[in-house]
Design a binder for this molecule. Structure first.
Ligand code: SF4
Length: 347
């Protein structure tokens, strides 16, 4: 299987007609001004120079702002740069992310012309009250219409949703995941809300009007949402914001994060917690008092079974007095496991 690479080009706040309560795209992308075609080309060339092209599947991704809200000429200027690389066979595909209310037939035809393959929509919530509260400036109806149109035109559809928005509850977030599944995305990103500097949310946080989720709360909700998408074979391409100088521990001087469920290995925490639940669930079904259990998984899952800083091994010992022995076997499918009780308390 080919290794996938993404060349990210950030278009911070370019064209975005909005000012969502949680967003300061300039902080998130670590870039203060709009991107020119020369800069885009330089970024692509630099990435290409560092990628081993054999066995590589390379995609150029315009992330950050709302690509299709940018003026048409600027969209075309950037798309033309990316499309040249597709035509030359140096890059396989192009991806953009945008707002659901900035999708129409004319826009999609333009994106088709430049061989854009994937369109990711910032959905955030399926609850119109929460969207309004977050100052998103669009409704869930916009998401439904845009998603259908994107699929109808033959693009790969991606959704981004958030947990922990002001006044959003676990039920709202599970409901959002269920409603998104009905719109048949190929991929999703799940972002716990972080309080970022120079946003309206920071102001609310300082005034005590907004309380972010803790890391533990965010993990608990993400576990349920990841399971819902995974059960429908929807690719979960990200859980938690990507770690950068700006999105890092709030204690770090360069960090733009003020508060919220930040963790450098957030996804691993979620996946490890899911493995822990699965192992405990299997042990509980056994009709013996287990002392030691051997869990065999695919090597890809090994770290998540053990947990971040061996958390699962320690918790299993602490809570149930069970020793976990990890075995790896490439023949076992990713996500599956074999469990064997190797010692019981009667032995
Ligand atoms: S639509 Fe996107 S880029 Fe614009 S303010 Fe909201 S989150 Fe930021």
């Amino acid at each position: 299987m080919k290794k996938q690479y993404i060349i990210p080009i950030f278009v911070p706040h370019l064209g975005c007609p909005n000012d969502c309560i949680f967003c300061n795209q300039k902080s998130i992308s670590g870039q203060k001004k709009s991107v020119t075609k020369e800069e885009a080309k330089k970024t692509i060339d630099n990435y290409l120079a560092s990628i081993n092209k054999e066995d590589a599947e390379i995609e150029i991704a315009f992330f950050g702002g709302s690509f299709t809200a940018i003026e048409k000429e600027k969209q075309e200027e950037l798309l033309k740069v990316a499309y040249e690389y597709v035509k030359e066979g140096k890059v396989e595909s192009i991806r953009i992310s945008t707002r659901p209310d900035c999708i129409d037939k004319e826009t999609l035809k333009r994106l088709k012309q430049y061989k854009v393959k994937t369109i990711e929509l910032g959905v955030q919530s399926a609850n119109d009250y929460i969207l309004k509260r977050a100052n998103r400036g669009h409704s869930f109806e916009d998401v439904k219409k845009a998603s259908k149109l994107i699929r109808w035109y033959g693009f790969k559809l991606g959704h981004q949703m958030m947990i922990g928005l002001p006044e959003s509850t676990r039920i709202d977030e599970i409901n959002t995941a269920k409603l998104l599944i009905k719109l048949k995305p190929k991929m999703v990103r799940i972002y716990p809300v972080l309080v970022v500097k120079n946003t309206k949310l920071e102001q609310e946080y300082e005034e005590g009007k907004y309380q972010p989720l803790s890391v533990v709360q965010a993990i608990e909700i993400c576990k349920e949402i990841v399971r819902l998408f995974a059960d429908k074979n929807i690719d979960i391409i990200r859980v938690g914001l990507q770690n950068t100088n700006e999105i890092s521990d709030p204690q770090n001087k360069q960090s733009e994060v003020v508060a919220g469920p930040y963790h450098p290995a957030f996804r691993q925490l979620v996946e490890s917690a899911m493995w822990y639940d699965a192992i405990v669930g299997k042990i509980k079904k056994l009709n013996v008092k287990v002392k030691e259990v051997e869990v065999t998984v695919n090597p890809i899952d090994a770290n998540n079974v053990i947990g971040h800083k061996k958390e699962n091994v320690l918790k299993l010992k602490d809570t149930y007095d069970v020793d976990l022995i990890l075995k790896q076997d490439e023949k076992i499918k990713q996500g599956k496991s074999k469990i064997k009780v190797t010692k019981t308390y009667i032995d």
